[in-house]
Design a protein around this ligand. Sequence first.
Ligand code: HEC
Length: 141
Amino acid sequence: MMRNAILFPALFFVVCATSAHAKPAVDQPQLPATYVPSGKQMFKDYCAACHGADGKGRGPVTYSLKIPAPDLTTLAKRHEGKFPTDYVSSILRFGPGFSAHGSADMPTWGALFQYLDKYNQAAVQKRIKNLCDYLASLQEK
Ligand code: HEC
């Protein structure tokens, strides 16, 4: 409990601090052209702390979690050799909580992206797509 109370505000701060760079230079009144970082950049900023810089699940934070962050380079291997885009998108959007082994340790990125992208659905979708494309590129053969 205590650990989450510390980790989540800290994580939120990191994400907000990072997004400060991402703000468009000019604040347009409607439909701002929301800047969406590359999958590689977002992975480094948002995921590597737990899943490791190489995606293999050995990030510095993972040791304090109840369930260690899984190896994300074996997703294809574990899903009949095909990168499970729908599965990963849905985890990013809604969190892994719906699965039988769901935990509260994996943040629900959808809600955070909604906030960062000011509820611009196209931008939220692009973030998730960029992350999926990047993860697909990390898959073990
Ligand atoms: C605070 C630590 C933490 C961070 C940060 C984090 N994850 Fe996770 N992630 C986990 C944990 C723990 C699980 C396992 C959850 C479970 O099984 O209930 C997980 C599970 C997953 C899964 C399912 C893996 C599988 O083998 O089925 C994917 C995909 C995933 N994370 C992607 C990401 C991405 C992409 C990011 C960055 C946007 C991210 N995670 C950031 C801790 C984290």
